[in-house]
Design a protein. Structure first.
Length: 67
């Protein structure tokens, strides 16, 4: 499955790499919301996908902090 592979990739990364990926995902979400507001966004489901990816990244970061 696609999400399982993505989670494995996230768990293999260091905390610094996860933070970098989190910042990039948040920037992408901002850009998608901006495009949506200006009616330039064609694939609106991408917003939901990026939001879930942000949650996944934050979950992995929390798991690593607790371990």
């Amino acid at each position: 499955m696609k999400t399982n592979k993505y989670l494995e990739d996230l768990k293999a990364k260091s905390a610094a790499e996860l933070n970098d990926e989190l910042v990039a995902a948040k920037k992408e979400l901002f850009n998608l919301r901006f495009q949506n507001a200006t009616k330039e966004l064609n694939n609106t489901s991408r917003i939901k996908e990026v939001r879930k990816n942000i949650a996944r990244i934050q979950t992995v970061i929390t798991e690593k902090e607790r371990a």
